[in-house]
Design a protein around this ligand. Structure first.
Ligand code: C5P
Length: 221
């Protein structure tokens, strides 16, 4: 089965506060997008990479990324961007969706996701226990509940799917989702977690960026 990795990198990254789209912020002089793509290639389990970027960056991204990586324009929301990637990956048997913002994801995690798919799972997500207690709240900030922490997981990417299942999930998607597995769940798909990796954390806030830069300086990547 042919494995195609989709890399949504068309977000504005406002929470990062760097003034440029997040995927183009650099660690040690290399963009997060480039680092994420390099990790996918290094995993040795990905046959083709499709990156999804803001329309005005297509040419500069083509110049920065290795030969053979496909570059398409994204949309207003992450769901729109992934949808554009799916459309560019007609020849996939297995699809990975991997956030550019998880720039330090170890290639070994990517290989583990694909191994689970090859072992027969239809939908696989890396997940870690949460360290904070999580509350639900109403619009005014009043606490409405405290889910049992032992049942909660923070999920990461790459999330892996049989191409058929992810295509069906997106065909049925009528609203937005913050992850791809969520859309698969909505059509009744069974999603399996595997143990995630702390290094696959999403670089979202200035604190995350400081951590990522410190890690990238310490380790040649
Ligand atoms: O905003 P969030 O941190 O959830 O974004 C996760 C990933 O989705 C990032 O890599 C971001 O660039 C991407 N994204 C996108 N198109 C959007 C919004 C986010 O490709 N419209």
């Amino acid at each position: 089965g042919r494995v195609i990795a989709l890399v949504p990198a068309a977000g504005r990254g406002e929470r990062l506060g760097e003034g440029i789209p997040k995927a183009f912020v650099t660690l040690c002089g290399v963009s997060m997008l480039r680092l994420a793509v390099d990790g996918l290639i290094e995993s040795g389990v990905v046959d083709r990479v499709v990156v999804i970027v803001p329309a005005d960056r297509i040419d500069s991204v083509r110049a920065e990324l290795p030969e053979g990586v496909d570059v398409v324009a994204g949309g207003a929301e992450r769901t729109d961007s992934v949808r554009a990637g799916i459309a560019a990956a007609e020849d996939a048997d297995l699809l990975l969706v991997h956030d550019a913002a998880r720039a330090l994801t170890p290639p070994s995690l990517i290989a583990r996701v694909v191994a689970e798919l090859r072992a027969g799972r239809d939908a696989v997500v890396p997940a870690l226990p949460v360290s904070d207690t999580i509350k639900t709240v109403d619009l005014l900030g009043a606490v409405t509940g405290t889910p049992d922490r032992s049942e909660l997981r923070a999920v990461q990417t790459p999330q892996g799917f049989t191409a058929d299942l992810l295509r069906r999930a997106y065909a049925a998607a009528d609203s937005l989702a913050t992850d791809d597995a969520g859309l698969v769940e909505r059509i009744g798909g069974r999603v399996r977690t595997i143990v995630g990796d702390p290094m696959a954390f999403k670089i979202t806030t200035p604190l995350d960026l400081a951590l990522a830069r410190a890690l990238a300086n310490d380790e040649p990547i």
